[in-house]
Design a protein around this ligand. Structure first.
Ligand code: 5GP
Length: 214
């Protein structure tokens, strides 16, 4: 059985990256899609780990080659999800986390009807502002842009199946792990994996042939 997409969105600074890292430590079989971006690497970021950092011309080539499953301009830079990378992981039966912005999430919801979507909501606008300021990765303009965009992104939360308020990281990451676990237990996702169990009951049925009481 193919894996499923798990779309995780939040405003910038909402803490989705931290929650995803926490969950992946306990569920190592989950795949993570490393996006392409035209934004410059931040201090400590590595090509191929946080993102594939590429030029605008390279990004345009990916679009032209139909290599991106979805893409969007976010806070003035281009970001996109690799089609081949995600397809390979899904084919292996692995669920794949996409940490993408709200536009990209809405785009994916239209293309892939059976995905799982989670919106990470900061406890308040003021907390988000404080977190983004403390992170100190943006200049004054970049910070203002991310906060302005946050207001519009939060307004879209109703489009998501699940909402997690990210107040305490350990609690929020447990909630995210629980959502993924519950999704995996859906009957429809287990028809192949439980076949052997069902077969053993079907074989046992012959043992009771002629026995009328239940
Ligand atoms: P940052 O520059 O802070 O790493 O990311 C900015 C925003 O772009 C975040 O909301 C992040 O989730 C989003 N983003 C990262 N990769 C992708 C992608 O492949 N597609 C889309 N649509 N958004 C992405």
């Amino acid at each position: 059985m193919k894996g499923s997409f798990i779309i995780i969105s939040s405003p910038s600074g909402g803490g989705k990256g931290t929650l995803i890292r926490e969950v992946m430590m306990t569920m190592p079989d989950i795949g993570y899609s490393v996006s392409y971006t035209t934004r410059a690497p931040r201090f400590g970021e590595e090509h191929g780990r946080e993102y594939f950092f590429i030029s605008k011309a390279e990004f345009d080539d990916l679009i032209a080659g139909n290599d991106l499953l979805e893409y969007a301009e976010v806070h003035g830079n281009m970001y996109g999800t690799s089609r081949s990378q995600t397809e390979a992981m899904l084919e292996q039966g692995r669920d794949v986390i996409l940490e993408i912005d709200v536009q990209g999430a809405l785009n994916m919801m239209e293309k892939v009807p059976d995905l799982v979507s989670v919106f990470i909501l900061p406890p308040s606008f003021e907390v988000l502002e404080a977190r983004l300021t403390a992170r100190n990765t943006e200049d004054v303009e970049g910070l203002a842009l991310r906060l302005r965009n946050a207001v519009n992104e939060v307004a879209q939360y109703e489009r998501f199946q699940y909402v997690i308020v990210n107040d305490v990281v350990s609690t929020a990451s447990r909630m995210l792990g629980s959502i993924i676990c519950a999704e995996r237990q859906k009957r429809i996702r287990q028809t192949a994996s439980i076949q052997g169990i069902l077969d053993s009951f079907a074989r046992a049925k012959h043992t009771f042939a002629g026995d009328n009481h239940t």
